[in-house]
Ligand binder design. Structure first.
Ligand SMILES: *[C@@H]1O[C@H](CO)[C@@H](O)[C@H](O)[C@H]1NC(C)=O
Length: 903
């Protein structure tokens, strides 16, 4: 008899890209295909009868998933015949909304006959099929129904996994990881969070960090292997080893590095030398009477961003050319609004009061120490006034000279191509030529010449705010800024960004900055609070080794990845790409099936949406070039780290290299690289990049507890699957619909579909507005539904897509055995799907961490990511047999339907 287990590893669902026009459909290759009624998704009832042939070898098991199949009328059926002609025996007849029809072939062809009824006028159907070779079935062609061997009602409970199974160890691991967090004494229907996470260890940060910690150990262990120090090892790998060793030594003896504050003092001197500006806050006998010249302002802002690496009043970055990513200028420079010392949301009225004292005291302490190191004593009253002026500037920049995030969700308004010379005419407060001269200091090759040309074109992202900024730096400005305050502010920003090199700030370490991608803006599924790698739980490495491995991940992302991949994938990633790729493709089908059924999305919008799915680039695990020694060496050709360099020299060279990498994109001339990972393969995260229409799943997240190729499907789909669905959904949210399939700005949702989407979004905004994790003495204490809507919608869409893919997988492959554990073996796999999902977000957060999250994070706090999502998903109610009206199963009409029909 056919055994479901033998097929587990073979399952591969995918959508074929072409839309098949009927009645000319030829046979599909064995494997996978898509079938669509004529003119789908417009009306199919054009009177044509259609026949599709699907070739599948004898004994193949063929799975057809219908994403939409509308059959209210009498005559709409799909007949599946066994054989090349419609005179062949009928295998099955499909009617009604179907999902997961499965049957076995006894012959060479599956024939799909579709008979349309000219009298009806409705949307048609679309479906996918895939075939998997299995043992020859013992029975002959059946005439109707589902063959035995599939899951479904009446199928006996699967047995617990046998200890002889090759998957046994992975099942044990899955059981251990779930056991670590679940608390079966809680009531799943009313408090699923406690049920899934009640025993999650209090000492442990969120599961992402556990995976981070495991990954860092794998990376460090590999970096320390002697083979990479040999002269024949590729240079960038040897450089990484040198950096790692130098970093560890420095971390273990940091005193000499910070001694005397030399690094901070030198940074200030270099800045003063190039700008000629004083620092009256440090040298109280100095002053700045007049506004610095436009040339000095341009030099100062360009130097801070392009040389010192700190963005202040303007924030330049490189991204694709949004309007024309396929053309001869595929990348563009964007000059964005200011960047501040804290995230912008901290400065809002009502919130700022809670941070103000800490902010002020920090500046005072920093300046007092710096003064001491340079042999000065500061008059406390003057210092206090100067500090308040810095606060004043920060507040005005945040509250008056920045556009809010909601407005900024519209990308088109920030795409404003301007040449240097016309920017000079529009924004004369600064000399743009001087600005670009400094900004391009570390740009490679031909790029500085390009940027220094008056016709160089870039985008001023916030035109109105840039005008207002210019007006603020002249006499009589509405904010009362003075020249003295202006120069103190810029000087202090440089001190602040280097304050990790002051003796008393040793505990801040150096690379506390969030990891940022080579190009574009960070768009990650979580925004992790920067956490000290040394706090990661680990038994095997010292804290300095953990810290320094993290630093290689941040600033040598692709060599770090090479070590990681060498350690993880002896087969160079073939297996993980196939396995994880199959899971992800299944989720694309699941998501497409959801879109298909949406009554509020019009046909043209659906076609655009499918186009985006079809042309989506899937980056899995790591980019190929890192395994090719020559290509890896070429990528790092301009990295100039020597074995004898000091730690600080190495840091500077890395900073220069990473700036050069970013500006280097501007030299490209033939289309954007849509396969660009644009992030560290070793990181535990995943991202959708709308400007590339790509999703990226780095090797770091293709690890337990999110994923293991041999975990039961339920655990993988509940973990990585939901993450994948989440990322995909971002392609269709309020920001995603502004971009087409190749990452070009183009709005494709028609106005009435837009309204349908807005209703969906409003429901989610209201729902999450009602979640208040903190007591009322915090402002804010509730989730801001509008700030988190994009992520909440993606969470909800993601779990639906993953659930559908999981169900399809089980229908195709049969049920997995149960977990080998006395408690966990009692759970069905449907229940395990939800437990795995909950487990991903288990966390122990202090009120301070929650508060920070409410302020800055576009994601809801973890508990509510689970609560909100499950509340809206009735499949949970069925899986746990919850009474309608429980907290987690509020019942029909009492929850939001996100990307799905009412359910
Ligand atoms: C700056 O914004 C605040 C509100 O955040 C407002 O009260 C103030 O009037 C604004 N100042 C100017 C000069 O526009």
């Amino acid at each position: 008899m056919w055994s479901p287990l033998t097929l587990l590893a073979l399952a591969l669902l995918s959508i074929v890209t072409s839309v098949r026009a009927c009645p000319n459909g030829a046979g599909y290759p064995v494997g996978a295909g898509s079938i669509q009624s004529p003119n789908y998704p417009q009306n199919y009832d054009n009177g044509a009868n259609c026949v599709y042939h699907i070739s599948a070898s004898q004994g193949s098991r063929v799975m057809i998933t219908f994403t939409a199949f509308d059959t209210e009328a009498c005559c709409d059926y799909l007949f599946l015949y066994d054989g090349p002609a419609i005179t062949s025996p009928v295998i099955t007849k499909v009617s009604g909304v179907k999902n997961g029809v499965s049957f076995q072939s006894s012959g060479q062809y599956m024939t799909l006959l579709f008979t349309s009824d000219p009298t009806v006028n409705r949307p048609g159907f679309s479906g996918q099929y895939s075939s998997v070779t299995g043992p020859t079935p013992s029975m002959g062609p059946s005439t109707t129904g589902t063959p035995s061997g599939t899951s479904g009602p009446g199928i006996p409970t699967p047995p617990t996994i046998s200890s002889n199974s090759p998957d046994y160890n992975a099942y044990v691991l899955a059981a251990q990881q779930l056991t670590q967090s679940i608390n079966v004494k809680a009531d799943p229907c009313n408090d699923f969070w406690s049920y899934a996470c009640g025993n999650y260890p209090a000492s442990s940060p969120i599961s992402f960090y556990q995976a981070d910690s495991n990954n860092l150990v794998i990376q460090a262990t590999q970096i320390m292997k002697p083979q990479y120090s040999q002269p024949q090892a590729p240079l960038p790998l040897r450089q990484t080893v040198w950096y790692f060793n130098t970093c560890v030594a420095a971390q273990n003896n940091f005193g000499p590095i910070t001694q005397g504050g030399t690094i901070v003092i030198q940074a200030l001197q270099a800045f003063q030398q190039i700008t000629g500006l004083p620092f009256p806050m440090l040298n109280q006998n100095q002053n700045q009477q007049n506004w610095p010249s436009a040339n000095t302002i341009g030099t100062a802002l360009g130097y801070l961003s392009g040389v010192a690496g700190v963005d202040t009043l303007l924030s330049p970055y490189v991204d694709t050319n949004w309007a024309d990513p396929r053309g001869s200028t595929p990348y563009f420079l964007y000059v964005d609004q200011n960047s501040l010392m804290y995230p912008k949301t901290y400065y809002q009225p009502g919130t700022w009061e809670q941070f103000q004292d800490g902010f002020i005291n920090n500046i005072k302490a920093t300046m007092t120490q710096l003064a001491g190191l340079t042999g000065k004593t500061l008059d406390p009253t003057t210092l206090a006034n100067d500090v308040m002026d810095i606060v004043k500037i920060e507040l005005a920049l945040a509250r008056n000279l920045s556009t809010d995030d909601t407005t900024r969700r519209q990308f088109q308004r920030s795409y404003n191509p301007t040449s240097v010379s016309s920017a000079q005419a529009s924004y004369p407060f600064m000399d743009w030529t001087a600005y670009f001269r400094q900004l391009s200091t570390n740009a490679p090759g031909s790029v500085p010449a390009m940027m220094n040309n008056p016709s160089f074109t870039f985008s001023v992202m916030e035109t109105t705010k840039t005008l207002q900024l210019g007006n603020s730096f002249q006499m009589g400005n509405p904010y009362g800024f003075t020249p003295r305050q202006f120069v103190n502010y810029l000087m202090y920003r440089l001190v602040d960004s280097n304050s990790g090199f002051l003796p008393s700030f040793r505990d801040r370490r150096l690379q506390k900055k969030l990891y940022s991608p080579p190009m574009g803006k960070t768009r990650y599924i979580i925004l992790p609070e920067p956490i000290d790698p040394e706090k990661f739980e680990n038994k095997d490495l010292t804290s300095a080794q953990m810290e320094c491995t993290q630093e290689t991940l941040n600033s040598l992302s692709y060599t770090n990845a090479r070590f990681f991949v060498d350690a993880l994938y002896p087969d160079k990633g073939v297996n993980i790409r196939q396995a994880a790729g199959g899971l992800i493709s299944g989720i694309l089908s699941g998501f497409q099936s959801m879109l298909d059924q949406l009554p509020w999305m019009d046909d043209a919008s659906k076609l655009s949406a499918y186009g985006k799915i079809t042309s989506l680039v899937k980056n899995i695990a790591f980019p190929d070039f890192i395994l090719d020694d020559a290509q890896l060496t070429a990528y790092y050709a301009n990295l100039n780290i020597q074995q004898t360099d000091s730690y600080v020299t190495m840091l500077n060279k890395l900073s220069v290299f990473n700036m050069a990498t970013q500006f280097g994109y501007l030299a490209r001339t033939s289309g954007s690289d849509r396969t660009d990972f644009n992030g560290a393969p070793g990181i535990v995260n995943a991202w959708y990049q709308p400007e590339l229409n790509s999703i990226t799943f780095p090797a770091g997240i293709l690890q337990p507890p999110f994923y293991h190729p041999q975990f039961p499907a339920s655990v993988n789909f509940g973990g990585l699957g939901v993450v994948a669905g989440h990322e995909l959904t971002h392609g269709y949210d309020d920001q995603g619909v502004q971009w087409d399939g190749v990452g070009k700005l183009s709005h494709w949702l028609d106005p009435s579909s837009q309204q349908g989407f807005q209703r969906l979004a409003n429901c989610v905004i209201n729902e999450y507005n009602g979640f208040c994790p903190l007591p009322g003495n915090y402002t804010p204490n509730c989730i801001k539904g509008s700030q988190t809507q994009g992520e909440n919608i993606a969470d909800n869409g993601g779990i639906h897509a993953s659930w559908r893919a999981y169900k399809t997988h089980v229908a195709l492959n049969g049920p997995d055995p149960r977990l080998p554990d006395p408690v966990l073996s009692q759970f069905t796999h449907d229940q395990l799907f939800f437990l795995s999902f909950g487990r991903v977000w288990c966390a122990n957060e202090s009120p301070a961490q929650l508060f920070r999250q409410l302020l800055v994070d576009p994601h809801s706090p973890y508990k509510y990511r689970v609560f909100g999502t499950i509340q809206n998903f009735p499949a949970f109610q069925s899986a746990f047999h919850c009474p309608s009206g429980s907290n987690y199963a509020p019942g029909a009409g009492k929850h939001c339907n996100v990307w799905v029909l009412d359910n």
